[in-house]
Design a protein around this ligand. Structure first.
Ligand code: CP3
Length: 331
């Protein structure tokens, strides 16, 4: 669950004395924060996700990114000319070796308790940040690129995808046991434009990561894709995306999602994180409904929220959510 740290006092404590990307770049701190929820909810979580951020990839490509409190790029890519400012060749071992070290250290400290998930941002989502220079409501700048400079956009998207491939393979080499690709802004595209600009880069990543894992004698590693807001594309993602698990936001009913994807992929999701504000009865009812929905069909289910935990959630309500998941998925 992305950006999960902020609702935990132990996370905020570390952040009091360390800047966000400093934490990402310091393997001992990233390891410590990765382990915080595992310790707090001991026995209730089935996996951990490495503490990092999707924006370490634009940094590796040569861009400056600061967190204040949301992401901010002081010098975004305004026109296709600006692509010249990016590094021509990105050596992920050199630029992102700190993530690999954090993964290896976390695996050691987890000592087999739960598996460790590695991740990256999807090319379209990273492209949007690199051009907008931060979050956006209209995506005016990123869309100007897509629709005014479609060929240059596709070239940049593919360039980002190639860095993602090297980065994900490096994470497996370092010890990651599942890989998740976050396309947080997929829902900003029409079905046609998702097919033009995002889907080909998602399949580029799944195909090439798997190819490289075989070639480099690394473990075959399951892959998850989360294309937030792109439920219109679920059927094609499941049929030909090349992923083992499809993450869902809360805007689709579990039974409907299973009907659309068939039984080829596992599903992950999808309670509205906002329910965590509603108290125990609301949480229990939502978990019960979600669990019954996902377990009615064939195929695997990974219980999760439909997006990240927001800062104001009470950690004890989060515990209750996890307890309810165990209760209703065992029935
Ligand atoms: O949850 C975790 O702690 C796991 C590690 C993780 C983070 N970010 C840490 C983080 C993961 C998997 C992410 C993914 C991420 N980062 C995504 C994809 C998932 C999604 O949210 O759709 C995106 C789009 C980002 C970019 C990003 N990073 C944003 C938009 C923000 C600000 C969020 C906000 O609401 O203010 C971040 C910051 C960030 N990344 C935090 C954490 C714990 C909080 C920042 C802080 O500590 O000050």
């Amino acid at each position: 669950m992305r950006q999960a740290g902020r609702y935990l006092p132990e996370f905020r404590k570390v952040r009091e004395s360390h800047e966000f990307f400093e934490v990402c770049r310091t393997p001992a701190l990233a390891t410590e924060i990765t382990l915080q929820p595992i310790r707090r909810y001991s026995g209730l979580l089935d996996a951990s996700i490495i503490f990092s951020d999707i924006l370490v990839v634009p940094q590796a490509m040569g861009m400056e990114v600061i967190m204040n409190p949301g992401p901010h790029f002081p010098d975004p890519l305004n026109t296709p000319e600006d692509v010249k400012k990016l590094k021509e060749v990105v050596d992920v071992d050199k630029e992102l070796g700190y993530v690999f070290q954090a993964i290896t250290q976390t695996r050691t400290e987890l000592n087999g308790e739960v598996p460790l998930i590695g991740f990256c941002g999807a090319p379209w989502t990273l492209f949007a940040y690199m051009i907008e220079g931060g979050g956006s409501k209209t995506f005016q700048k990123a869309k100007t690129w897509l629709f005014k400079y479609p060929e240059e956009s596709k070239a940049l998207l593919l360039r980002i995808a190639d860095v993602c491939v090297d980065f994900l393979v490096g994470q497996v080499k370092a010890g990651a046991q599942l890989l998740q690709v976050f396309d947080s802004w997929a829902g900003e595209l029409s079905p046609y434009d998702f097919d033009q600009f995002s889907f080909p880069t998602l399949t580029h990543i799944s195909t090439n990561v798997r190819r490289r894992l075989v070639k480099e004698n690394l473990p075959a590693t399951p892959m998850t894709v989360f294309a937030k807001g792109a439920n219109y594309a679920l059927a094609s993602i499941a049929a030909s995306g090349g992923y083992d698990v499809v993450g869902l936001d809360w805007c689709i009913d579990p039974v409907e999602a299973r009907r659309i994807v068939g039984d080829k992929v596992a599903l992950q999701g999808n309670m509205d994180p906002g329910v965590l504000y509603g108290g125990r009865d609301a949480i229990e009812a939502a978990v019960k409904r979600m669990s019954q929905g996902f377990r009615a069909g064939k195929g695997g289910w990974i219980a999760n929220l439909g997006h990240g935990i927001t800062p104001g959630v009470d950690p004890e309500d989060m515990r209750w959510f996890l307890e309810c998941v165990h209760k209703y998925s065992a029935l």
